[in-house]
Write a protein that binds this ligand. Sequence first.
Ligand code: PEP
Ligand code: MN
Length: 339
Amino acid sequence: MIIVLKPGTPPHVTQELLDRIAESGLKPLHLPGAERVVLGALGDERVLADLQLDGHPMVESVKPILAPYKLVSREAQPEDSVVRIGNAAIGGGAFAVIAGPCAVESYEQTLASARAAKDAGASAIRAGAFKPRTSPYDFRGHGAEALQILRSVGDELGLPVVTEVMDASDLDLVVEKADALQVGARNMQNFTLLRAIGQTRKPVLLKRGMSAKIDELLLAAEYLLAGGNREVVLVERGIRTFETAMRNTLDLNAVPYIKQRTHLPVVVDPSHGTGIRDLVTPMALAAAACGADGLLIEVHENPAVALSDGAQSLYPDQFAQLMAQLRPVVSAVGRQLAC
Ligand code: PEP
Ligand code: MN
């Protein structure tokens, strides 16, 4: 339920209303907006009806949140959320490109790939320390050692770093080293992990599961917000369809659809979405054109020898071209590209 307060409601009245909601066993939410304060009450709506808040002199309106995802919905918060990863802003008109190699392979490889990303205009570096791989015999990342490498590279270049956390037992370690956490497609519905991350205040990139419906993605994000972590960015990274020509089918329909329903920023990952290097730039431009708030791009100093996802990783000069082509598209849709 959403409770809209009249403009000029004094803070002590807001607090009284929040206390009444909490005393009745509902979860109170304080959602101060630019123009007026909105309160939320989550739980049994019959209990809220008994509180009769619509009769309060400072309450303008009381209306139900119809979406199953409450905190994530635009009904709860009409204005865009802006998520900050270090100095990089995502959402609310700010467009950010997060780039880097699929995995941290070595200090030299990570630094060279990250430097190429930075020089071309990326505003954050992403590289995996813990890699979810289909085969247990494939390279699964250098773990804790890679986290330290990534941190050092981020510090050296002065850019924030993003990396995947695969297991709740690694969370403290990853929180200590990273500026933002990635939840991978295979873990989108790992509710233990989502609940643990919800307790932190680290920004999160939550990737859509390869067979996940949009509502399931939004409900996965609801776990994070319900835990208290509102710094959530949704990532469309392609889904499984009958089409096998590409690694995945990049669902760009999802971008405007999701943005109509949530205030959270949406970023597109055309690297995993296509799996094919030559498709990354056109789909990145399309993503910007259809309203994405940013991109996640794999770029490697030498994709030919990459230990994972070489076939979809851009060469540094290709990434620089992508950035050059992106700028006019981003400004044509009224957004600002950082850097
Ligand atoms: C990745 O980001 O390198 C990755 C494994 O992505 P996804 O979880 O989308 O498959
Ligand atoms: Mn990858």
